[in-house]
Design a protein around this ligand. Structure first.
Ligand SMILES: *Cc1c(COP(=O)(O)O)cnc(C)c1O
Length: 386
């Protein structure tokens, strides 16, 4: 059987895959099993930050692979310690817990919030408020956190203790918080899966000051928006926020599974021995990859991300068949006249891989996509939309 047949026979059909098998790639170009080349405008859903098989990243990963590929968290290893230091230095956060995915990073954040509130306030102070249309993961608890009913329907009962408010609705949120049962508010600065919808900056600032006043934790889910994607290291930096907890994953290790929950001053001592753990969390190979990525996300590199974003935006904004462009940096959503799925399909036929998010076409190219490929892809997308 070929890959397609094997997959159909043996893989649980949770993904509606395109009939394309990617066999190799370099940077922002990938090749399918027929030898057709595509410009990759999705980077594995914001994962391959520096593209496919990037030389510097591969060298860092390979070196660690030949050194020690895994140790249990009962022993110290250097890559995770150095990565945690770098993440704290770059964000001003105080402690890091490493897991393997975005969902796990959010699970950790939820545990941090519940324990902080239980110890500081009361056991009844356990509710986590998130925004409607949010996405926080697929585990039963992060599904409960996800503010989209259609993900919930067949998996009841979900973990209790979650409430959802419309983005921008501070009054409803304040109302919910008034009985002292809310431990934390978890937000995405730009809703990714929800359709590339940025949070209103005024709401974000007012939310932060309300939460500080009430000693309710502000937690930001940077799983998709983080690690340079929006032209800053983390998207909350565009909003001038000072979160108590930041979660990230996707692009963190540039293509290896790694999630992180960053804890600020207020919550840095919440966990003690035995409170949380993960067998693979902080794996040295993943952390070596992440460290090489983080070291390259310098201020000047991030400026180049913003410049690329300007190129992409200016080519797409106002183009025939494109009604609006949302998002920030190299995380853009296109509202198109044609259905998003049709645009993605036609782009693929024309050699460009794009994503959808709800009714939008979503673009998440590698942060170092060469300008000429970016222009070429934007031209093809324009042509398809018009
Ligand atoms: C993708 C995503 C998650 C889930 O990450 P996984 O690694 O798939 O568990 C959580 N939050 C946001 C904002 C995401 O985009």
């Amino acid at each position: 059987m070929n890959t397609f047949e094997l997959d159909q026979s043996y893989i649980a059909p949770t993904y509606k895959r395109f009939p394309v098998e990617i066999v190799s790639g370099k940077g922002s170009l990938v090749k399918d099993s027929n030898g057709k080349i595509y410009i990759d405008m999705g980077s594995g859903i914001a994962v391959t930050s520096f593209g496919v098989a990037d030389d510097e990243w591969t060298a860092a990963v390979e070196e660690q692979l030949h050194t020690v590929q895994h140790m249990s968290n009962l022993y110290y290893t250097s890559p995770c310690a150095r990565l945690a230091e770098a993440l704290c230095q770059r964000t001003g956060m105080s402690k890091v817990f490493f897991g393997n995915s975005g969902a796990e990073a959010n699970e950790c954040a939820i545990k941090v919030a519940r324990k902080y509130a239980a110890e500081k306030k009361s056991a009844a102070c356990s509710t986590i408020v998130t925004l409607e249309n949010s996405f926080h993961g697929r585990t039963l608890t992060t599904l409960a956190a996800t503010g989209q009913d259609h993900y919930h329907q067949l998996y009841q009962p979900l973990t209790p203790g979650f409430a959802h408010v419309p983005a921008g609705d501070l009054d409803t949120l304040k109302e919910l918080c008034s009985d002292g049962t809310v431990a934390a508010v978890l937000i995405e600065c730009i809703q990714g899966e929800g359709g590339v919808i940025p949070l209103d900056p005024t709401f974000a600032t007012e939310l932060e000051s309300f939460l500080k006043e009430q000693d309710i934790l502000l937690m930001v889910d940077e799983v998709q928006t983080g690690n340079g994607r929006t032209g800053k290291l983390y998207a909350y930096m565009n909003y001038g926020l000072h979160p108590d907890v930041v979660t990230t994953a996707k692009g963190l290790a540039g293509g290896l599974p790694l999630g992180a929950c960053l804890m600020g001053e207020k919550v840095k001592d919440v966990f003690s021995y035995g409170d949380h753990g993960s067998t693979f969390g902080g794996n040295p190979v993943a952390c070596a990859g992440a460290l090489s990525i983080l070291n390259r996300l310098t201020d000047s590199f991030m400026d180049s991300v913003s410049e690329k974003a300007d190129i992409l935006r200016s080519m797409l904004e106002g183009a025939p068949g494109i009604q609006s462009v949302s998002g920030m940096g190299l995380m853009l959503g296109l509202k198109t006249v044609k259905p998003a799925a049709d645009v993605v399909q036609a782009c693929m036929e024309n050699g460009v891989l794009c994503l959808t998010a709800k009714d939008k076409v979503r673009l998440l190219p590698a942060l170092n996509i060469p300008d000429n490929l970016l222009r070429k892809a934007a031209g093809i997308i324009r042509g398809v939309c018009g």
